[in-house]
Design a binder for this molecule. Structure first.
Ligand SMILES: CCCC(=O)SCCNC(=O)CCNC(=O)[C@H](O)C(C)(C)COP(=O)(O)OP(=O)(O)OC[C@H]1O[C@@H](n2cnc3c(N)ncnc32)[C@H](O)[C@@H]1OP(=O)(O)O
Length: 311
């Protein structure tokens, strides 16, 4: 133990190593499962890779907003095994994006995602593989939600099953007209397994969550707004300018919250995340630590020099 504390001090002394230490600490604290829980990441990664198809595209923009596209249109953007692995790799890339501020998660070709690819699910329907896939996806989606970026799910068309769960791994849900979010798991003889039930309860409360899961309710944009699952309803592509009007609207909506220095926006996400997830004392200590990183930092000094008024 003493040796560990000494090593930690050494790490922290050098600021570059300190940053790396924080990154590693943040990454490992974002993981729900490790080998102590019987999770064998390498093995399930290899099994998932045996079910190829589709892709996960990541596009980072200079504005600090990235777009993550679930791309498997022939199967309504269902997640093949290789897409699950690719999503994890994209999340890893985003974890170290120092200039990043926001993230839009969307599906290709006008629909969000129809959950896991039923062909892959059939092939790994034994309990051991099912548990490993569940832990793999829970780890990935927990890390997605904990990214130091403000994230939105842009829902067009259908978000079904695991697709509905994916929307809850974002900070906000924006819905296009005619779209739906539906936890269809009950019809498949399942419950959510990608962390969607736990996150749904924290978004809409336990009684609404019980209704949505127990009734496999088809949530349209108005119902989503009413129960607090949806944050805003966008105009349709035909009512907005350009071929990809809904994406543009989502970027405009998100950019209200991402204006400013990346370090500050990332700090905002961190303090809200710790308030959301941690016990009060721990959240307060995290807030103090994050505050210490922005206090006297360039954005703060610049604001002081500008003597800004907030009218
Ligand atoms: C823990 C995770 C739990 C889960 O995610 S379980 C999976 C839950 N998802 C589902 O059950 C979705 C089942 N699919 C549907 O209900 C419908 O296909 C859907 C999405 C409403 C679209 O309906 P339509 O517009 O009528 O189109 P369609 O049925 O002809 O589909 C077009 C092609 O896409 C395929 N597809 C859709 N969802 C899929 C899926 N999840 N896995 C594998 N293939 C899927 C569908 O089979 C069809 O393919 P094909 O053209 O017949 O070759």
């Amino acid at each position: 133990m003493a040796r560990c504390a000494f090593m930690e001090q050494l790490w922290r002394r050098n600021s570059q190593c300190g940053a790396l230490f924080r990154l590693l600490q943040r990454r490992s604290s974002s993981w729900v499962y490790s080998n102590t829980h019987g999770f064998n990441e390498e093995e399930i990664r290899e099994k998932l890779q045996a079910f190829p198809g589709g892709s996960i595209e990541l596009q980072k923009q200079d504005s600090g907003i990235a777009t993550l596209t679930i791309n498997n249109p022939a199967r309504m953007n269902a997640f093949s095994g290789s897409m699950m692995v690719s999503l994890e790799e994209r999340v890893t890339q985003l974890e170290s994006w120092t200039e990043g501020k926001g993230l839009i998660v969307r599906g290709a070709a006008g629909t969000f995602c129809s959950g896991s690819d039923l062909n892959a699910v059939r092939a790994i329907s034994n309990p051991q593989d099912g548990m490993q896939m569940c832990m793999f996806m829970q780890n990935t989606l927990t890390r997605l939600l904990r990214l130091p970026l403000i994230s939105v799910a842009l829902v067009e068309g259908s978000a079904l099953g695991g697709g509905a769960e994916l929307t809850t791994a974002c900070d906000f849900r924006l819905m296009a007209p005619g779209s739906r979010i539906q936890f269809v798991h009950k019809y498949m003889g399942l419950v959510p397994g990608w962390g969607g039930a736990a996150r749904l309860v924290s978004i809409v409360g336990s009684s609404e969550a019980l209704k949505l899961l127990g009734g496999a309710v088809n949530v349209d944009p108005d119902h989503g707004l009413h129960i607090g699952l949806t944050d805003t309803v966008l105009k349709g592509n035909e009512e907005s300018e350009g071929a990809d009007g809904v994406l543009q609207q989502a970027e405009e909506w998100l950019s209200r919250y991402t204006k400013g220095a990346a370090a500050v926006i990332q700090a905002v996400k961190r303090v809200v995340l710790s308030g959301r997830e941690l016990q009060l004392c721990e959240a307060l200590r995290t807030e103090k630590e994050v505050f210490g990183r922005v206090w006297g930092a360039p954005a703060n000094l610049q604001a002081l020099a500008n003597k800004s008024k907030h009218k």
